[in-house]
Design a protein around this ligand. Structure first.
Ligand code: IMP
Ligand code: MG
Length: 177
């Protein structure tokens, strides 16, 4: 499965760095003087979140949420369940949801609506990668690192059946099955 010939490099670590820095610059500018709660969507967003957070100059808290919509399948099942919830009181706070990739938008839509319902001052979505052509439900994504084609990607937090999240670069799979 992890045979190198099935992987083609899509974004190298330097390109990723530049995208992350640019997102951080926008957030630093937009939230200047404010405090934000980073809501990190486990597991895929951990690498991106760790890098982005270290470029932020604003005051932050970090919370984690784990949702499931995929199971072991490579396409969305459409049903979202909460596997791990946040514990902080988010009322009146500025929230930034950190996601590594958006496909159908179902996972983020669910989380976005749920967080909005908890009475925060604001909620915005930050994603490293966005497969806009795959969108099934409307979800407002304010900060997009890169818009990408419909390809199955791995590395930098993105997994293939739980493998490859630790790769420092992003690859696309030529033969995902
Ligand atoms: P959505 O609910 O269809 O938008 O699914 C988003 C989630 O699916 C992401 O958080 C990822 O965990 C996963 N996902 C979507 N596309 C890919 C991919 O190309 N590689 C790895 N995981 C992906
Ligand atoms: Mg994910």
């Amino acid at each position: 499965m992890l045979d190198e010939k099935n992987f083609t490099k899509y974004l190298n670590r330097h390109e990723i760095d530049a995208v992350v820095q640019s997102l951080a610059n926008q957030i630093n500018r937009d939230y200047d003087g404010k405090e934000v709660v980073l809501i990190v969507v486990l597991k895929g967003a951990i690498v991106f979140a760790a890098d982005l957070a270290r470029h932020l100059k604003i005051n932050t808290e970090i919370e984690f949420v784990r949702l499931s919509s995929y199971g072991r399948a490579k396409t969305s099942s459409g049903t979202v369940t909460i596997l791990k919830d946040i514990h902080a009181d988010i009322r009146g706070k500025h929230l930034l949801i950190l996601e590594e990739i958006i496909d159908s938008g179902r996972t983020l839509k669910f989380l976005y609506e749920r967080l909005k319902g908890a009475g925060p001052a604001s909620v915005e979505i930050v994603t490293l990668l966005d497969k806009t052509s795959k969108r099934v439900v409307d979800v407002p994504v304010k900060y997009v690192g890169r818009t990408i084609d419909d390809q199955f990607l791995v590395g930098y937090g993105l997994d293939l059946e739980e493998h490859c999240r630790n790769l420092p670069d992003v690859y696309y799979l030529k033969y995902p099955n």
